[in-house]
Design a protein around this ligand. Structure first.
Ligand SMILES: [Fe+2]
Length: 250
């Protein structure tokens, strides 16, 4: 009788070579991410230890949950930076953007805090597809922005209710329409469940992700960025996403 051992998990944060984090909730006290400067500094210290040198802060903006305005966020960002210890701050580059909830209010809100290269991070509720998502992807590009859909693997409505391939058909449509897709690092561990991991593998195999983010909300999460349940070939594609991130700052 032969025994097949389960293939061991492969890779951890350090193996990916992420130097630019495109998605994070480190700006303190503005959303469900870091609650205070101490936690934010702890997160940055850990990210720095793991090789990150450029950090895009992407606080949630959602009229109903996190009604942040660009002006408020900018003010808080400028107040936060001097509170980071000098030795850490001097070795990091920061950029303020946002993660915008696509809802009925987004189209008319004028705030558009983007990545340095003009990409704008958008998201939907995990449980309910945004009715405005198609129009938003189209109209953002008409206005000269480059939409990036955050963590497509986390949306439950793509995971369930229909066959996986049908579920990702809409993501293919968005991709073909010019919307880029951003992978969450923790999704690689299976932390969001098997259906989510199936989508991760499928999107990696079909080269449909463009960028990678930690989407870190708390320092304790960073210890879980390890034990990725993907193949070596898929890990190599994740490394390429980390390299893609390096182009964001030009
Ligand atoms: Fe996020």
């Amino acid at each position: 009788m032969r025994f097949f051992r389960k293939k061991p998990a492969t890779g951890s944060f350090a193996d990916i070579g992420l130097t630019t984090d495109a998605h994070s909730h480190i700006l303190p006290g503005v959303d469900d991410g870091s609650p205070d400067v101490e936690e934010s500094v702890a997160i940055l210290t850990e990210l720095h230890r793991l090789g990150v040198r450029k950090v895009i802060l992407t606080p949630h903006v959602s009229r109903t949950m996190f009604p942040n305005t660009a002006a408020d966020l900018q003010e808080r960002f400028e107040a936060f930076l001097p509170r980071i210890p000098e030795d850490l701050r001097s070795d990091l580059t920061f950029h303020l953007a946002s993660e915008y909830m696509v809802d009925e209010f987004f189209a008319t809100s004028g705030d558009r805090l983007c990545w340095p290269d003009g990409h704008i991070l958008i998201e939907m509720s995990y449980f309910e597809r945004s009715r405005e998502i198609r129009d938003t992807i189209f109209n953002l590009q008409l206005d000269g922005f480059k939409p990036v859909l955050a963590h497509p693997e986390r949306y439950v409505f793509y995971q369930t209710a229909f066959d996986r391939k049908e579920g990702v058909a809409e993501l293919r449509e968005f991709f073909d329409a010019g919307c880029r897709l951003q992978l969450n690092m923790m999704s690689l561990t299976g932390a969001y469940g098997e259906p989510s991991l199936d989508i991760v593998r499928w999107l990696l195999d079909h080269d449909m992700y463009s960028y990678l983010g930690t989407d870190v909300h708390a320092c304790r999460q960073i210890g879980h960025f390890t034990g990725f349940r993907i193949t070596d070939a898929q890990l190599e594609k994740v490394r390429q996403l980390a390299r893609n991130n390096e182009t964001i700052f030009g």
